[in-house]
Structures are given as structure tokens and as C-alpha cells.
Design a protein around this ligand. Structure first.
Ligand code: CTP
Length: 402
């Protein structure tokens, strides 16, 4: 797995930096090529000479070093790697990464990459447990960044608790997982719909719904992280485009259907969009004025069912079509009926009653329903639901050629 892989190791400032020297040795033993960036704080804990002796390469330290730029531009440094590993990842570097700052070579390389990133945090336990660090960690995980550790144990500062960097062999396994994951859906194409649709009444007014798009964006991101070439067709949301995903913005259900049809053929379709069930029969070309003939009588007509259209496509039906069923009662029974009615392969059913906080929230309790039965998953964050679903999808395709 690691033989011939190119690892860009970023060593930030922490006492655990000495373990990164061991990590380099273990990686090289397994045939990996290691390039290292040593932050200025990191160089107080390990010397550039020990790092370069172990990597067998020069150590990159300075964003504005003309020699470094001449040999290898800082953007090229991260593009050239198969994976970026930050070990140790300090609270400060995690904060910079979460904010997307780029004021030194390490943070710039991390911002300039589209490759998988793994962090091995190491810090004092209070810094680790601090709400700011936990908030930054959640942001990084939502961006698809993987984490290994930290472990509980005696700390250099004399305290006991979480904050010790994972051991080199644990980091090694995590690197293998990250590299392995990014190939599970390689060669597969995926299409995800997300968000609400917006149906015009006139040029300034519309009908829509409260969908945040979070679940769909997280699924697109998880599929891309497994290597699928992913297109996300989305109604208006406040979310950032997920990394490594082709985002197509639309407004109405009709536009969503057209964009999805253009994205075919694909192997996988996941419809999470809260498509408006109805649209206005004849949207007005001009703003409807008050007082002209009283309250407007809006005639609604049904929108196309995008999930059903894809699942019953005559020539380009994807191998795996997955729908969502948002219900407020009889969740599993209604979802089973939807599975049959819409001809999809799996349905993810969830309870969206206001008391669950699912609509717009970050957590979801779902049931995965197929013709062969129902699996109920524990309450998970929308990001965790997405990675679990992506893993499940890759399991479905295992053993069949892309
Ligand atoms: N869906 C779709 N196009 C529509 C309506 C729904 O693609 N016009 C998809 C959703 O993205 C979701 C699934 O169908 O994957 C079920 O959506 P839901 O709103 O729960 O079902 P409806 O068909 O609208 O049924 P109802 O509102 O009556 O429960």
C-alpha cells in the first residue's frame, strides 16, 4: 500500500515531533517517499538535519526561500504528494487550517492541496478539550480531513488525559486507510442532488422549503473522498462547495432534472434534494401588483419526480439509485412504500418531526431500507451518516469492475 507513495509530512512545533522522526523511518522502510516541511516552531524540537537525514531529501522550511522556490514551488510541493500528513498537528496549526490561513509554508501547502490530508493532533489536554480546538476539529472533519488520535496518557507537561500524539505505527495504519479509501470508488461516477428548489411566482417571489442541503453536501463530499467522480446538483444553500466535487447550481425542479439528465451516465445517484412538489403553472413575467383583481389565485401543478425519473430511465439507469424519505410518522412503512413507488434500490428514511431537530440540524437518525430489509443506524452526525453511506456504497460495488 505505501510502496512508491509520496508523503508530504508537515512537522509542527510540539514535543511529539521526535516521534515524527520514527514515523519517517517506518514510512521509508515500507517504500514510501517522504518530503518534509518543518515549521519554525517544529525546528525548536527537531533539527532540519535529522529530518533530512531520515527523508534523504532537503527539508522545506521557508515560504519565501528563493532556493526552495527554484527547486520546487510551494504549490508543487503539495500537488506532488499522494497524501499530506500533519504530525504533530498543534492547536495553532489546526486553527489556521480551519480558517484557511496561509501565512507560512505549512499552512500554504495545506491550503493549496486537493489531496487527502491526515492530522495527528498533539497538545496539552486542556488545549485539546478547549471548545475552540473542538470547533476547529469539527470544521476540519467536515472539510474531509482525517484525524488519528490523540491518545490518552501521561503528557510531557505532567498531566494525564487526551492529547498525546498517536504512535508512529498507528499513524502508518491511518495513512494506509486514507490512501486506501481514496481508491474504493475510483473510476465510478456519482450524482447527488441537494438543497431545496425554488419555484418562481413572479420575478421577485417564490415558493421554497427549509432544506439546508447539509446532508447532500456531506454525501457528495464522502463519495468524492472515496475517489468517485462526483457531481452535486444543488438548489440555493448557504453551504461552501465541497472539495473535489463538481457543483452545478440550479433553482427550480425543472432545472434540477435537466442538470441531472445532463450528468448521466453515472454509476451512483443519491437524491437528497427537497424538491418542491409543486410549481406555479404560469409564473408571471412581471412583478404581480397588489390591488389588481384582488389576491392572486395561484394555480399549482406537480413538479417532475427527479428520483423516479432517474430510477426508471430507459437507457441510462444508474446501477445504484438511492433516495431519501423525510417523514414525520410511520417512518419505515412510508419509506418502504416510497422505495417501491420510486423504483430506487435503497431508501434512507429519517424522522424530520420538528422535535428531532433534523431539518437544518447537524445530526440524523436514519434507517437504510432496501428490498432485502431495514438497517437502523444509531444517531450520527450528518458527516458520519455520509461516510457510512459512502462505505456501504463502495461495499456494494466491491468486486465489480468500474
Ligand atoms: N424527490 C425527487 N423529486 C421530487 C420529489 C422527491 O427527486 N419531485 C426525491 C427526494 O430527493 C427524496 C425522495 O424523492 O430522495 C423522497 O422525497 P420526499 O419529499 O420524502 O417524497 P415525496 O415524493 O415528495 O412524497 P411526500 O412529500 O408525499 O412524502
Amino acid at each position: 500500500m505505501l510502496n512508491g507513495k509520496r508523503i508530504l509530512l508537515i512537522i509542527a512545533g510540539g514535543i511529539a515531533a521526535y516521534k515524527s522522526l520514527e514515523l519517517i523511518r517506518r514510512l521509508r522502510e515500507r517504500g514510501a517517499n517522504v518530503r518534509a516541511i518543518l515549521t519554525s516552531a517544529g525546528s525548536h524540537f527537531v533539527t532540519p538535519l535529522s529530518v533530512s537525514s531520515l527523508t534523504g531529501e532537503k527539508v522545506y522550511q521557508d515560504l519565501f526561500s528563493l532556493t526552495d522556490e527554484a527547486e520546487m514551488g510551494h504549490i508543487q510541493l503539495s500537488r506532488d504528494a499522494d497524501v499530506l500528513v500533519v504530525a504533530p498537528a498543534t492547536a495553532d496549526l489546526m486553527a489556521k487550517m480551519a480558517q484557511g490561513r496561509a501565512d507560512d509554508l505549512a499552512s500554504t501547502a495545506l491550503l493549496a492541496t486537493d489531496k487527502p490530508v491526515l492530522i495527528a493532533p498533539a497538545m496539552n489536554l486542556r488545549m485539546w478539550l478547549h471548545p475552540s480546538t473542538q470547533r476547529n476539529l469539527a470544521l476540519l472533519n467536515a472539510d474531509g480531513i482525517s484525524t488519528v488520535g490523540p491518545n490518552d496518557g501521561d503528557m510531557a507537561c505532567g498531566e494525564f488525559g487526551p492529547g498525546r500524539m498517536a504512535e508512529p505505527l498507528e499513524i502508518l495504519v491511518a495513512i494506509e486507510n486514507v490512501l486506501g479509501r481514496s481508491v474504493l470508488l475510483k473510476g465510478r461516477r456519482a450524482l447527488v442532488t441537494a438543497g431545496p428548489t425554488l419555484e418562481s411566482i413572479d420575478p421577485v417571489r417564490f415558493i421554497s422549503n427549509r432544506s439546508s442541503g447539509k446532508q447532500g453536501y456531506a454525501i457528495a463530499s464522502a463519495l468524492a473522498a472515496l475517489g468517485a467522480e462526483t457531481t452535486l446538483v444543488s438548489g440555493p444553500t448557504n453551504l461552501r462547495p465541497p472539495t473535489g466535487v463538481k457543483l452545478i447550481n440550479i433553482e427550480s425542479a425543472q432545472q434540477m432534472l435537466a442538470a441531472c439528465e445532463r450528468a448521466l451516465p453515472v454509476d451512483i445517484t443519491v437524491c437528497t434534494a427537497a424538491v418542491a412538489d409543486w410549481r406555479i403553472d404560469q409564473a408571471a413575467n412581471q412583478k404581480i401588483k397588489k390591488g389588481e383583481g384582488g389576491v392572486p389565485n395561484l394555480k399549482l401543478i406537480e413538479n417532475p419526480d427527479i428520483l423516479r425519473a432517474i430510477a426508471t430511465h430507459q437507457t441510462q439507469r444508474p446501477a445504484l439509485v438511492i433516495g431519501f424519505a423525510a417523514e414525520t410518522e410511520n417512518v419505515v412503512a412510508y419509506a418502504q412504500a416510497k422505495l417501491r413507488k420510486k423504483h430506487c434500490d435503497w431508501i434512507i428514511a429519517n424522522d424530520v418531526s420538528p422535535s428531532t431537530g433534523v431539518m437544518g440540524g447537524d445530526e440524523n437518525t436514519v434507517h437504510l431500507i432496501s428490498m432485502s430489509g431495514t438497517e437502523t443506524w444509531p444517531k450520527l452526525s450528518k458527516t458520519e451518516v455520509s461516510s457510512r453511506l459512502a462505505q456501504k456504497i463502495s461495499g456494494h460495488f466491491k468486486g465489480t469492475a468500474a
